[in-house]
Design a protein around this ligand. Sequence first.
Ligand code: ADP
Length: 265
Amino acid sequence: ATYDVTASPLEGVAAGGVVLSFTDISDLEQAGQIRRDFVANVSHELKTPLTALMGFIETLRGPARNDEAARDRFLDIMAREAERMNRLVSDLLSLSRVEAEERMRPGARVDVAALLRSAVQTLRPLAEEAGVALTLGGAEAEAHVLGDEDQLTQVFHNLIENGIKYGGSGGVLRLEMTRSERELAFRGPGLRIDVIDEGEGFDPVHIPRLTERFYRVDNHRSREMGGTGLGLAIVKHIVNRHRGRFRIDSAPGKGSTFSVTLPTV
Ligand code: ADP
């Protein structure tokens, strides 16, 4: 089963196939609740690395003061925690930028084929490091959409990075671009980009919630991989702003496919 996750009317409300009824709560109260949950989540996500950093600073000032080996080890951990906070803040800034406007002004002509080639080139070393072979098909000729080049780059960076993180060592991560003259979703010519991995996949019940901020299939694993839990939320908003569609398909043990469809010009 493939799910279109682009247009979820109330983020965070319909959960895992369970439809909750809010007949007695106004939209305003719901929006307030979603905002409060978000602030609580952000605070928690920032507090975890911050607490670790403060703990290590105390240890370095006290017991580990003259222990050189321990100091190096702790500094490595501290650098990792600081990087995590840095990623989180960058993702939060990206998200707030793309959330501010649901529909963007036409923007510039962007060659998605060239953009994909350069994304693959940029991320190939990261893939190789993780033992993942990164391939790109169908992106030889130009293919233009109207939009924001930086934002579209971020979409494919996020999807490729996820494919590398969760794609499983020894696997292939395939990017496939296909054109269609009549894309049903917007009744005109379109471009579909599939990001297909051979990783662990997940139960499709998670799909409707994956684009929620901070929703993760496996919290521990995401953190271990340095994830912020915001990547797919950012993807969804950017695709929406480009009048595109974002679909997710996955099965446990069979890998996942993330598809972005954009109207071409
Ligand atoms: P994170 O920073 O945790 O990776 P994302 O918003 O990018 O956050 O993704 C949300 C969750 O979706 C991840 O925590 C992971 O559980 C799941 N996920 C995303 N991409 C994949 C993939 N290619 N294979 C398996 N699970 C994935």
